[in-house]
Design a protein around this ligand. Structure first.
Ligand code: AMP
Ligand code: MG
Length: 399
């Protein structure tokens, strides 16, 4: 385990991770628990939607052939009631939106276009057949395809499934992630710092990011920089689908994570990515468990999690397109490039008629997590010999 000889390009590192990921087994969940998850099995409508021919307006159900004319109002049809009477010649039934269109009627004239006197309604215009009538199955006929496997369960799609009377869906189960933050110097927020200590900030940040990506996250208490403490935490964490560590993954004398993981049977797939921040990122597997070693500097941990862990979590949940959704934008200030590493620069995006304008924030060092409060995006500055000038096209990822 010498120091990084060849740094893996960012895209290659992601590919090496995704090739180790298999979508997790499926489970059936209620629609209320399915928001944001990935549908895992094709869904067809078990019923006609709408289930019956209904009115799309408040108005009068009549025979189109009798129009125009004066009609006798013979009844009312309200939503939620079965149709009890039929419409005969020169008869009208007052009907509300969503009510069953009565037998005999073949058009609905909106209330705004009629004149009512006692039990008579006068309609001065003719109307086409089936006007303002929703056909049974006109939205989704029984047996029609609603969703394919791999489609995201958006709010609109959940509404569609509910409209078809479906109460549950099959999804890939959520990944169980355990977060292990390492460092003897770490204290939880709320406690008083002793000399040499700092507040532990990666745990809450990584848990929030991964929770939003669909994972169930457990955080262990900060692990001291001893082999025994690392072994205990990592062994516990390795029971999960995914282990994410922070810190202790570089080349210092107290960087124990890779060493202890190797002892516990984690096969290292790679270590070292051609990026800044976050170069000494490690990825390995033990059985089906994916093991990510993120650097301890908070911005490095954040970037590594966004670029590599989040896509892996999405792939575990069956997401069809797990890669980070970078979008195009234009740099508003020059940014120096590095010859060997891509730079991920915190920035603020504003929108103009030409699209996104991306402005790097001041303070790009990898410990400067407090500065990221000013940022909403991460800009990908590809490695290069020189400077990326203002006006250059770039790609950015929302934070
Ligand atoms: P390491 O990767 O362990 O060498 O840590 C790099 C830097 O990040 C050091 O300054 C650590 O104190 C800091 N650091 C490590 N873990 C955390 C954490 N969980 N929260 C905040 N800072 C951390
Ligand atoms: Mg450390």
């Amino acid at each position: 385990m010498g120091f990084v000889k060849t740094l893996l390009p960012v895209g290659d590192a992601l590919a090496r991770i995704l090739e180790r990921v298999e979508a997790l087994p499926t489970e059936r969940v209620k629609l209320a628990d399915a928001a944001g998850r990935v549908n895992a099995a094709a869904v067809v409508s078990p019923v006609d939607v709408p289930p019956f021919q209904s009115s799309s307006m408040d108005g009068y159900a009549v025979r189109a052939a009798d129009l125009p004319g004066v009609f006798t109002i013979v009844g009312r049809a309200a939503a939620g009631r079965p149709a009890t009477m039929a419409v005969g010649a020169r008869e009208a039934i007052e009907i509300s939106t969503g009510a069953v269109v009565p037998e005999g009627a073949d058009t609905v004239v909106p209330v705004e276009r009629v004149e009512v006197r006692l039990d008579e309604v006068t309609i001065l215009d003719s109307a086409p057949l089936r006007d303002n009538i929703r056909g049974a199955g006109g939205d989704a006929p029984v047996g029609s395809n609603l969703l394919a496997a791999g489609e995201l369960l958006t709010p609109a799609r959940l509404g569609a499934l509910a409209a078809c009377g479906i109460e549950s869906v099959v999804v890939h189960r959520r990944p169980h992630v355990t977060v292990v933050v390492t460092g003897t110097e770490l204290r939880p927020p709320g406690e008083t710092l002793e000399p040499g200590q700092i507040y532990e900030s990666n745990g809450v940040m990584l848990a929030a990011l991964m929770g939003a990506a669909g994972a169930t996250v457990v955080r262990l208490a900060a692990t001291e920089d001893t082999e025994e403490a690392h072994a205990a935490s990592l062994e516990e964490a390795l029971a999960s689908d995914v282990v994410v560590t922070s810190g202790g993954v570089s080349v210092g004398p107290h960087d124990l994570v890779r060493h202890v993981q190797a002892r516990l049977g984690v096969e290292e797939v790679f270590w070292g990515v051609a990026m800044r921040p976050g170069k000494p990122l490690a990825f390995g597997c033990r059985g089906k468990t994916l093991v990510f070693g993120l650097p301890g500097n908070p911005v490095s941990a954040l970037v590594g999690c966004l670029l590599f862990v989040r896509p892996a979590l999405l792939a575990l949940t069956g997401h069809p397109d797990p890669a980070p959704p970078f979008r195009p934008g234009t740099l508003v200030a020059a940014v120096p490039q590095r010859p060997e590493r891509d730079d991920f620069v915190r920035a603020r995006v504003t929108w103009s008629e030409e699209g996104a304008l991306v402005e790097p924030i001041i303070g790009q060092e990898s410990h400067m997590i407090a500065r990221t409060t000013a940022a909403d995006s991460l800009v990908w500055i590809p490695r290069g010999p020189d400077v990326l000038a203002a006006g250059s096209s770039v790609r950015f990822l929302s934070l």
